[in-house]
Design a protein around this ligand. Structure first.
Ligand code: UDP
Ligand code: MG
Length: 326
């Protein structure tokens, strides 16, 4: 490593964002391990703990940690908004050049952070891969294997483990990112469409020792539905008429030809056409075609509203502890 490279590194600031929902038993050990790793690395860093409306003593515990450690920022959300919203809140408040996310239940290992930082030098996003995942097989690992396979097929971004929270991002990636639903797992997919370099690294995974998992089988369904949204928005969000239009034009044209044929028979041959099923089909195709084109046009209008409307956050912050106001 030459001097310039070292200088660049010293200037680099790392933000670690951790969402917490009812993790009172985990935060003290988590902070201790995290600090151990980060202090050893020698970067300037901040740790952003996002309390996602916990009902236990998580917030009190975080406040205590923050009082003793000025590198800690605590965001307390007004209610439980979900992991994705908690990430979004943390992202918006982070000031690092590199942002690292991980779970707060010690299933991820803070000791893996150096590995991610190493890879982020040549990439824009580094995703952890829980190769030996320590979760229940039927309710968690199996659905996740299927979901990962589908996501990689649909999005075209080849990762083994989209759901792993342990990830590192360059600031530009998350700066203007809008997250909804369970979308945080799709950041690599969304980002790679923008031409971002994505890398994957094996990380250690531990079983949850304290506290309860917040998710079950039902999450897989949400993830699949979010995937459909992501795919749709990515492929058609800027050109809905291009999607609906061709089908509409084809349908209208077919309906028109059928009706023309019937009209010719009626006018020139004098055949009655009132009771013929073909007439119904012809009219149906014309109407469906016009509807589809209309839908595409409506979509075009919606897209403009969607992209140009005001920025609306997906969370409400109750208080911020420890961030110096600029
Ligand atoms: N979490 C959160 N808000 C929620 C649910 C979970 O902030 O509504 C946090 C949770 O405290 C943990 C991380 O997200 O730090 C992952 O949650 P969990 O361990 O329950 O998920 P699993 O590992 O079982 O997929
Ligand atoms: Mg967990």
């Amino acid at each position: 490593m030459d001097a310039a490279e070292r200088d660049k590194q010293l200037l680099m600031k790392v933000s670690v964002v951790i969402p917490l929902y009812n993790e009172e038993e985990n935060i003290a050990i988590l902070h201790e391990r995290l600090k151990e790793t980060l202090d050893r690395l020698g970067y300037d860093y901040e740790i952003i703990y996002v309390d996602d409306g916990s009902a236990d003593k998580t917030l009190a515990g975080l406040e205590k940690i923050q009082a003793e450690d000025k590198k800690v920022v605590v965001l307390s959300l007004r209610r439980n908004f979900g992991q994705t919203a908690a990430f979004a809140a943390g992202f918006d408040f982070s000031r690092g050049d590199i942002v690292i996310t991980m779970d707060g239940d010690l299933q991820n290992d803070p000791a893996d952070i150096p590995k991610l930082l190493d890879l982020i030098k040549d990439n824009d996003l580094v995703s952890g891969w829980r190769k030996k995942r320590k979760d229940a097989f039927i309710t968690r690992r199996l659905p996740s294997i299927i979901a990962n396979w589908i996501i990689s097929k649909v999005t075209g971004v080849k990762l083994h483990d989209y759901g792993c929270s342990l990830k590192a991002y360059r600031r530009e990636i998350i700066k203007n990112l809008k997250l909804y639903g369970e979308m945080h797992r799709f950041i690599p997919a969304v980002a790679s469409w923008y031409g971002v370099r994505v890398a994957e690294v094996e990380t250690t995974h531990y079983p949850r020792l304290r506290g309860k998992s917040k998710y079950g089988l039902s999450r897989t369904m949400k993830v699949i539905l979010d995937l459909i949204t992501v795919k749709f928005l990515q492929s058609f969000s800027t050109k809905p008429l291009q999607f609906f239009g061709p089908i509409g034009l084809f349908s209208s044209a077919a309906g028109f030809l059928i009706s023309l044929y019937l009209s010719i028979e009626k006018i020139f041959i004098g055949k009655p056409i009132g009771g013929r099923p073909l007439l119904l089909l012809g009219i149906l195709l014309i109407i469906v075609g016009i509807q589809l084109i209309g839908m595409g046009l409506l979509g075009e209008m919606l897209v403009r509203v969607y992209h140009e409307s005001q920025r609306k956050p997906i969370y409400v912050i109750k208080k911020i502890i420890g961030a110096e106001t600029e």
